[in-house]
Each structure stands twice: as C-alpha cells, then as structure tokens.
Design a binder for this molecule. Structure first.
Ligand code: ADP
Ligand code: ZN
Length: 733
C-alpha cells in the first residue's frame, strides 16, 4: 500500500482550520515533523499533525509542500497531544499553540542541531596579547577568546559581548591570532554531578508532606500550603532528589527566574546537578539548547518560567509549580494559557505527580483540595523555629505623617535600624508620583492614547504611561487653564527613596523596581546586596515580595494598601491578601521576629480584621463564601471575549454579534454579561470592550466557545477588530 499522500499541517496563523498539502515529490513526512509550505504569497513553516489518503480540498487545488525539514518527529506524540489539548481547551488555533510551544529558531525552520560560527584563539594568541597595547578592542576580544578556551565563543555570544566584534576580529584573524570555525551544536554534558550539600533535617510537617508525595503511584496533585518560610522548598528538594536518583527528569515552574537567583543556586548546590534554565532573558540559541537537552534527557532538572510547561521531556518523573498563586504563570496575550493548569494536565498525561506550592494558594486550588481532588499538605509553622511576623495597622487619619510615611512607621524604621535590622518599604507604584496635577484648576495629566494618568518620572524629567509606554516631558504649564502650577501628587517608589534618603542620612537605601534594574544582571546584584545586608532600607514594588530570603530583614512597611480594598475585580481581596502576606513573609525569617506595619486610611474595613485575626486562611474562606453566593470561580467557569478597535462602536458591535451567537448556542446554560467597555476603555489608541461568559457546566461553555470561534473567524465584523478568547481569565481587564 502506498504511504498516505496528504499532509495535514498546522500553520502559525490565526485560523483554526487545518491545512492540507501533498507531500513533496519523493519525500515522506512523519507526524510531528516540520515542513515548508507555500501559504498565501509566502512560504511558511508548519508542523505535520496528521497523514491521510484523501482531502476535502479538490486535488487540483492541493499544493505540494516544498520541503520536509525534519526526518524524525520534532514533537513526540505526547507533545502534540498537549498542543492539541490547549487548542481545544483554550479555543486557540493549533498552529499558533505549536508556535508558542517551540523555541523561536525552530519556529523559523532552523535545525535542531544547527551549525554555528565560532571564533577561537590560536596558539599564537597567548604571546600576542602584550603586543596589542595600542588596539584595546582587539586585546579585549582576544582576552575573551583566551578565557573561553576550547572551541572559543559563538557568533551570537560575541555579538552580545561586543557588537562590533566582526570588525575587530578581522586584523586578529589576518595576524593568525584567531580563527573562525563552524561546529555542529551538541548537547552539553550536564550529567557531571556536582557535590551535593545536605540540608537541614526535615521537621515533622515536612516529613509528612514528603511521605505523602512519595506514596503517589503515578499521577496525583498535591498542594503544599505552607506559610512563608515554612520550608516548602526543602520539601521540593527532597522530592526532586528522589526522582533524579531514579534517573528521571524534573520540571520546576517558577513565576520569574530573574527574581529568584537564590532558588536556582539552592537547587544547584543541594541537588548536585546543573539545572537547565528556560526563561525570557536567554538568547535564541541558548533557549534552543535548553529545549534540546530537555528533549534528549541530558537535562535532568529543568527550571523555567511559564512557557517551559511545553518543553519536551524524555523521562518525566515529577512536575513542581512554585508560587502557584502568582499571576505571571498566566500568559495574558496572544495564546492565553495557565502554565499551572497545564502543568497538572501534563502530569496527568505523563502519569507523574505534580506538586504545587504557595503560602497564599488560589481559591481554585483550595477548592480542588476541599473537593478531595487534590491532596492538601499543610506546613503551618516556619521551619527552624522562626516566629511568624507580627502585623499591625497604622491608621493614616490619626497618624498622617508626611509624604505618605506615617510617624509610627518612621519611628519603627529608626528602631529596627538601630537594632541592626533591615527594613523593606513596599509600594506597588514605580516612578516618582502617580499623578501630575494642576494646583490652580485640578486638571491631571493624562495619556493621550489611554484612559490613564501619566506617571511622573522626575529623574528623567518625563511623564510616562505605564500602560502603553508613551512618554513626554513634564510640563509646568496646565493644558487646560494655562497656570504654571503643574506639580506631582502622591508617592511612587522614586519619591519614597528620596524621602527616606533625606530622613535617614548615612543609611544605605536601595530601590528595587523595574526601572532600577533594567540593565542585564542588575536585579541579581541588587538582590545579592539586599541579602548580604548591605542595604539598610529596601524600597520597591512587588518585585521585592517574591520568595526572597533577606536574613537581616526585620521590618516591612506596606505604604499604601488601600488601592486593593476597593478593586472592582471579584479577585481583589484574594489578591490583596496574597500580596500583603507575601511581602510580610519577608520579615523576620531568622532569629529576630519580624514586624509589619500596614498603612491604611480605612482601618475599619472588614478586610483588615480578617487579615490580622485570621490571616490568609480567613481571607480565603470569606472570599470563598462570597464567590459561592455570587457564582464566581471556583464555583463557576468563565471565559472572556475581548475585542479592540479604532472605533468604539466596532468593538461593541462585534461583541453584540458574539453575544447573539453565544445565546443561540448555549441558551440558558450560560450567562452572558455585556458587552461592556473594558475597565480601561482606551489603551494605546484602541478602544476595548468585553463580553463575559459564565457557566456552571464546563461542557456547555466549551461547546459554545467552539461554535463561537468558528462563526466569528469568518465574520465580516471581525475584520474591523482584534479579538480573542480568554478561558479561565484571571484579569477581567
Ligand atoms: P519556603 O520555601 O516555604 O519559603 P524554605 O524552604 O526556603 O521555605 O525555608 C525557609 C528557611 O528555613 C530556609 O533558610 C531553610 O534553609 C530553613 N529550613 C527549612 N526547613 C528547615 C528545617 N527542617 N530545619 C531548619 N531549617 C529549615
Ligand atoms: Zn498610554
């Protein structure tokens, strides 16, 4: 029997249909291989997802693929299964899902083991270096090559090191000090075991948690609900070590690697293996190399951010999701997915345990545990005997202080510093001030492209929009009334830094936010400095609240918690609870007990009583009741259909159509809310609106969404808008 001649190909375009092609003459393609196909006026890289004997496309219109790019499957059956699952569950075109799952170079059709240009030093180089005194660039380049030794440095690495390296290298090559080579990329040998250092003996709760996971036969989901500093990471380390000993691989998902260098170092030291890291700061070939090593099994431990959930694994043994509550595990643009939820799906398919950890678990996970689907493992106390931090409210109406810092908090800082402690001031607003206001008429400076205020960045003399990136110089004169009285109002981290510097002369103050750590490597240095205790006062955004262990830190000040008290999203109180408990958890992690001061203008808000007297558990259980009554997740399923357009009416009209189709498809098994303007109705010059679908029955929701996607894709009204489906949205923005 001749081999099936039709290739079913997924292509990276926003269309959910499959594309059929004839196999290129004389070449067979296997499922999971990439092919180059003519598409529109261009050639596109696609992936073969199926083979067939016939096609619905008439033979005369079928085009042939131009080339088969992989002789063996690039993606295994398992990997393809996961992509197909995502396409079905998130109602997103398969071709775009596959593209998101692949490293960029593979998406572009590059080989898995590419040949790469290298430059290396020759033997003559050693003695030549002294003679290059008058050519400092050449000396610098040659030194780098000598330091690298062996095969030298790849063109890509050199470009990062010295953008003009090609010009600098030319005389070096002519003089015989350096040579160009081409090598085929190989998997680095990561197998070499480093010395593993042993950790503390586990306490009773940790031992129970480890034992519970060890008992799992195949797939089971666990939630380690452990207060900050309770030793969750120690539990992961023990579980990971077991799996590595069996010769199987472990995938660890973390919210942001840049923020957790301590975690990666701890893994390396304690497990004695070199982890393969997968995150956004890698260059394209580093990312491909990591992907390759995970797929070949050379990488035993893979630590990555959300997109790492797609990395192929040869012998998976365990998946860990650290800080499962963290919003960065959710992809918010393009193909929107939850890496946490997919980790569970993947573990189930691979039949291995999955361990999620958090001090502030999401209500979704708590509900799964309550329903008995996941096993909840509590670590109720801090490991090693540290006490939980003491939380206090500061009533801003009674102790207003100045510039956002109450007298109570200022004297607490003084006291803690005098006692040799370190203080952290948490303010989730970067820049100097959140508002520029006219003293004469009250007009505020707004972004011209968004429904948002401009943030004052006083150091650069600029106003910046934190939503679209627009920037313009700070104006002294009011657009509206012409008075020369525009001035900053409110506090951002930069202003706080200035105030603290003036108030505590001689103390080292360190601001850590995305403005202060833009340079590559800056965040690592800043965190190291903070850990070493070289900074007396840390000022920063949520960047400072995540997982860090600063041994000397004893005081945390929450400068402005009130933003979260009146949020419109049904998750507001859960989020506020998480962010305060997480940042509070940085205090007093060693001998001295931590103190946390929370400044609020609304001390009577019931939220505070819940938090101070019942902690996150109480916040979560109150929120759980509200959600049940109001039929919000985890008691219902949501999907959000977003649309944006240059004209508001286009976005709304499109969603009206979507609404009609949804009601038609699902009837009363679905509640359809909207369409309404998005909370920020205009952003980056586009008008945004949304339609919310709410259902009890997951099947009904999914049937409706499948139907909607099909009908909307070809709809004439869809041409004027950008639209997307967000299944299980976490931000209703
Ligand atoms: P979490 O991940 O819950 O924040 P970690 O695992 O980082 O907690 O532990 C917090 C601190 O307590 C770390 O310094 C860790 O070395 C220490 N620690 C963890 N478990 C124990 C234990 N059983 N005995 C003593 N110290 C421990
Ligand atoms: Zn803007």
């Amino acid at each position: 029997m001749p081999p099936p001649s039709i290739l079913q190909v997924a292509i990276n375009v926003p269309l959910s249909r499959r594309f059929d092609y004839l196999a290129p003459a004389g070449q067979a393609a296997v499922i999971g291989a990439r092919v180059l196909v003519p598409f529109g006026r261009k050639d596109q890289v696609g992936l073969v997802t199926g083979l067939a004997d016939s096609s619905e496309v008439p033979g005369t219109r079928l085009k042939a693929a131009k080339a088969v790019l992989d002789s063996t499957p690039l993606l295994s059956e398992e990997d393809l299964w996961l992509c197909q699952f995502c396409s079905d569950y998130y109602h997103h075109p398969l071709g775009e899902v596959i593209a998101a799952a692949l490293p960029k170079l593979l998406r572009l059709g590059k080989p898995v083991y590419p040949e790469m240009d290298f430059l290396r030093a020759t033997q003559a180089a050693e003695t030549a270096i002294d003679g290059l005194g008058r050519a400092p660039k050449q000396a610098e380049l040659l030194t780098a090559l000598l330091d690298a030794g062996g095969e030298g440095l790849s063109a890509e690495t050199l470009s990062e090191l010295m953008p003009a390296w090609r010009r600098v290298a030319r005389p070096l090559i002519e003089k015989g000090y350096a040579r160009r080579e081409r090598y085929r990329a190989e998997d680095r040998q990561l197998a070499r075991d480093l010395e593993a250092i042993s950790g503390p003996a586990l306490n009773e709760h940790q031992l129970d948690a480890v034992a519970a996971v060890r008992q799992a036969h195949g797939f089971e989901s666990f939630l380690i609900n452990g207060v900050t500093g309770s030793g969750k990471t120690e539990v992961y380390l023990h579980l990971i070590a077991d799996v590595l000993d069996e010769g199987r691989q472990v995938l660890v998902l973390v919210p942001e690697i840049g923020l957790t260098p301590q975690l990666v170092n701890r893994f390396r030291r304690r497990l004695g293996v070199e982890p393969v890291l997968l995150h956004s700061a890698l260059n394209d070939s580093e990312r491909l190399a990591g992907w390759r090593m995970a797929r070949s099994g050379h990488a035993k431990l893979i630590v990555g951010t959300r997109s790492a959930v797609f990395v192929p694994l040869k012998r998976p043994g365990l998946i860990v999701v650290d800080e499962e509550h963290d919003g960065s595990l959710k992809q918010q643009e393009g193909f929107r997915y939850s890496a946490r939820d997919l980790a569970i799906v993947r573990a189930s398919r691979a039949d291995v345990p999955v361990v999620l950890g958090s001090a502030t678990p999401t209500l979704e996970m708590l509900k799964h545990c309550a329903d008995g689907r996941y096993k909840r493992l509590d670590l109720p106390a801090r490991a090693g005997g540290a006490e939980p931090p003491k939380l206090r409210l500061v009533d801003l109406s009674r102790s207003p202080g100045r510039d956002g810092l109450s007298d109570v908090l200022l004297s607490a800082i003084e006291r803690h510093l005098n006692e040799g402690g370190q203080a952290l001031m948490f303010l989730n607003r970067r820049g100097f001030a959140p508002t520029l206001i006219c003293g004469a008429c009250g007009q505020v400076a707004e972004c011209r492209r968004c429904d948002a205020r401009m943030t004052v960045h006083a150091r650069e003399g600029m106003l910046r929009c934190h939503h679209c990136g627009a920037a313009r110089p700070i104006d002294r004169e009011c657009d509206d009334c012409g008075a020369q009285e525009m001035r900053p109002l409110g506090e951002g981290t930069q202003k706080l830094e200035d105030i603290l510097t003036a108030r505590f002369p001689g103390r080292e103050i360190r601001r850590i936010d995305s403005d202060s750590v833009q340079r590559k490597g800056a965040i690592g240095e800043a965190l190291e400095q903070a850990t070493a205790g070289d900074a007396d006062i840390l000022v920063g955004t949520q960047m400072l609240s995540k997982g860090h262990h600063f041994p000397k830190l004893t005081l945390v000040g929450v400068i402005n918690a009130d933003q979260g008290l009146f949020g419109t999203d049904f998750r507001s109180s859960e989020r506020l609870g998480q962010s305060i408990v997480q940042v509070a958890g940085r205090a007093g992690r060693e001998e001295r007990r931590g103190e946390v001061f929370i400044q609020t203008a609304f001390p009577d808000n019931p939220f505070w009583d819940q938090l101070l007297n019942g902690g996150y558990d109480r916040i979560a259980s109150e929120a759980m009741l509200e959600r049940e009554q109001a039929h919000w997740p985890p008691y219902a399923r949501l999907a959000l259909i977003r649309a944006s357009a240059h004209r508001q009416t286009d976005a709304l009209k499109f969603l009206e159509t979507a609404r009609g189709l949804a009601v038609q498809a699902a009837g009363d098994r679905l509640r359809v809310l909207g369409p309404v303007d998005a909370p920020m109705a205009k952003r980056a010059g586009r008008f945004r609106a949304q339609l919310l679908l709410q259902a009890h029955d997951r099947q009904a929701l999914h049937r409706c969404l499948s139907d909607l996607r099909l009908k909307l894709e070809g709809h004439p009204e869809a041409r004027k808008v950008r639209w997307s489906i967000d299944v299980d949205p976490v931000e209703l923005l």
